[in-house]
Design a binder for this molecule. Sequence first.
Ligand code: UTP
Length: 467
Amino acid sequence: MSASADLKQRLESANQQHLLKWWDDLSREQQANFEEQLTSVDFDLIRRLLEKGSGGAGESIAAKAERATPPKNLVRLADLTADPDLAIDADKKGRELLAAGKVGVVLVAGGQGTRLGFDQPKGMFPIGPVTDRTLFQIMFEQVLARSKKSGVKIPYLIMTSDATDADTRSYLKSENYFGLDESDVLFFKQGTMPAVDDREGTLLLADKGQLSVSPDGHGGMLGALANANLFQELESRGIEYLYYHQVDNPTAIIADPVFLGLHVLRESEMSTKVIAKVNAGEKTGVVVDVDGETQIIEYSDMPTAVSEKTDSDGDLLHWAGSTAIHVFDVQFLKRIAESADGLPFHTAHKKVSHLAENGELIVPDEPNAYKFERFIFDALPMAKNALVMEADRSKEFNPVKNAEGSDSPQTCRSALNLIAVDWLTMAGAEVESGTRIEISPLYAVEPADLDEKIEPGTHYSGEVILK
Ligand code: UTP
């Protein structure tokens, strides 16, 4: 069967007719699948993104970064210590919101996790300091513990992608969602974007009847929520706030009452947690204000000289590193999802394996293609009263990004261990140096949970599992 005239015409007018080179080699089923994939591509959008990528439109982010200032609408750790009532009021408000069933949690777990190099979805990575408790398990147990504490069932929205969907679903089902009701675990799948050759502007093929595509970034969450009718679902469940976190950080305090409370007390539409950067060169996005709007600038877009700026005390001016932990008003997200432009796309220059004209698979050594992604943090400048809250890095930001070195399983396990030692010590226990401890969130989801469980003076050594 030959390709439909309509498809041929679309590809010709987009200068992408090479994609049909192997059409006649494909089975009918492969042709149908390929046609469906090609039809879903917005060639006009790709053209515009390529033009923008080559400096076509607007001021560069680097230029904006030059006039960035530290975020103004900010609660620093020192503010919470200096004014205990601020923390107490926020905590109370947050617990009220949770108990009223107004909070849902969303986990984005669609990334390919290339840096870690694990052959399953990253959430299935074993990270417990003593057992093989996975990232997913720690997160699901946190949501369950918080639900029980709040006396409501907190819905847990899980974003997957083509790369992670099937394995994530079957793993979580086989684990009975770690105790959450199946009806409270709401899966939704993000979309994809094609990879484009950096010289020709042509879409690349992964196979004869398959485009080379990748997930469309965590910002794909908005379109994906809308496509899965989840805004409606959230509204029907009375959910007004979504607590967002990422699959790589098991020390994120999921549905933290203080953060939720501050978000609402400060009438913010989107709030974000930050940590103080360790040095100017740390590879993390930075939260800043530009022309009165709060936004996150990726480290790769920040000129070194701007990263290195200091204030009058000699401290880093742009100190506020992003943790990718946010709270959103659901109506705010819905508004952006329904707007014509939505979130902008970012272009990245990457190595993408693809089929050459002679049918051979090329595995490039150097970046050869553009990939396009949306970032959820680009919603920040669109939010009213965007609020920035500082968190303690050692307690809340220990992501698993790399296989070794910084932000690796090893650093993350040590952090989980240290947090457990800290909690037990606060509860009056004595923990011998070198003790390995794992506390299930079902045993304690916050330090105060240990007060009634741990006898002061209890001695811990060796390997300890509290669950
Ligand atoms: P990262 O930016 O660290 O990307 O994702 P990654 O794909 O997990 O890892 P690398 O860069 O390939 O090594 C941060 C968070 O955003 C999610 C990830 O699953 C992770 O929770 N994410 C990222 C998505 O859900 N979808 C995407 O398209 C990209």
